[in-house]
Ligand binder design. Structure first.
Ligand code: SP5
Ligand code: ZN
Length: 342
């Protein structure tokens, strides 16, 4: 299997994150996540690992606004120019609700306008790492467009919580959306999001489009991040009405229950008849993930891969979350080997 990854992910290494009523917690979305995945892939006989091609900024700007990209590029330096602290990352606490009004104003200060929450610290290398992560996704997209049956994009930072003009939930640029948007010039696209968290960024980006079908299995947002999207009644709007499908799930989902719902989701993907499938693969569905509460086993993850492969669609799998780092690599290998029919 062709696999893309970039060492530039290491440039994004925030020293800590902040949660409600907690300060300075170790940053879960850390570089060692990629090390775990590469170590496990290295032990297989089938992983062909390459550096991404550079597609430039144009395909990123097809999803994100120029203002958003410019913010990511300049926010750290802007903040440093007014902050004397060394070795920190920029974590603004003011976030915009009324975007229309705010955009008409003059956003000259580095602040939280382009963020939904405080889990997206901007470190010195965040822009570099986020752009490289998007190039990894685009390289995988091009590989399936060139006829590869299944390709894995080892993206870091992840992307599915990033909207057109907002970072959030460890995500800065929406890698899956950038890949799907690029692929959509060649046919209809389906995105299947199996990360534990609802992919609110991906949902928002394609919500009014019929040429990109998005379906997602995730923890019920009524009890888990991102809280404000991912509900069952959200099914698309305008020309996209009927082209979005959410499966909010309770705690404790086991292999049998999960695979049953996945089969329904995959049947709907098959009915949509896409030219390409993009899978946002979060391994935080794994039992024992520090951020999740599902009970999916390694074997269950393998069976998810097999179920995806039964669609027989050109498929790219994009890494999203997964924070049980010791098991992360083995879980990714279980998923991908299932996709390969191993
Ligand atoms: C891509 C992805 O999986 N993003 C996840 C974002 C989840 N953000 C909220 C996490 C709340 C965690 N609560 C405390 C954990 C302390 N280690
Ligand atoms: Zn997640």
């Amino acid at each position: 299997m062709k696999i893309y990854t970039s060492k530039a992910h290491e440039c994004h290494n925030p020293p800590f994150e902040i949660f409600t009523s907690q300060e300075h917690v170790a940053y879960d979305e850390a570089p060692r996540r990629v090390e775990s995945i590469l170590a496990a892939l290295g032990k297989t006989g089938w992983a062909e690992i390459s550096e991404p091609r550079d597609f430039g900024l144009e395909p990123i700007l097809a999803v994100h606004s120029a203002a958003h990209l410019n913010y990511l590029r300049t926010a750290y330096e802007d903040w440093r120019s007014v902050s004397p602290v060394e070795g920190m990352a920029f974590i603004p606490y003011k976030h915009s609700v009324d975007r229309e009004t705010a955009l008409k104003g003059d956003i000259t200060e580095p602040d939280g306008f382009f963020m939904t929450d405080m889990t997206v610290p901007i470190a010195p290398g965040t822009f570099t790492a986020a752009c490289a992560s998007a190039q990894v996704a685009l390289s995988a997209a091009q590989a399936i467009q060139n006829g590869e049956p299944s390709v894995y994009a080892l993206c870091r930072p992840p992307g599915h919580h990033a909207g057109r003009e907002v970072c959030g939930g460890y995500c800065f640029l929406n890698n899956a959306a950038i890949a799907a948007q690029w692929l959509s010039q060649y046919g209809k696209i389906a995105i299947l999001d199996i990360d534990y968290h609802a992919g609110n960024g991906t949902q928002a980006i394609f919500y009014e489009r019929a040429d990109v079908y998005v379906t997602s299995l995730h923890a019920d947002p009524a009890r888990k991040y991102p809280r404000f999207a991912g509900y069952a009644h959200e099914t698309g709007a305008g020309p996209g009405a009927g082209y979005h499908k959410n499966y909010p799930l309770p705690a404790g989902m086991d292999d049998a229950a999960y695979l049953c719902i996945l089969e329904e989701a995959l049947d709907l993907v098959a009915k949509y008849d896409p030219a390409y499938l993009v899978v946002s693969t979060g391994m935080d569905i794994y039992a024992g993930d520090p951020l999740g509460d599902f009970a999916i086993t390694r074997q269950g993850i393998h069976r998810i891969g097999q179920a995806i492969a039964r669609l027989r669609l050109p498929t790219m799998l994009i890494q999203e979350g997964g924070y049980q780092v010791d098991e992360l690599g083995n879980n990714v290998v279980a998923l991908l080997s299932g996709c390969l029919g191993n």
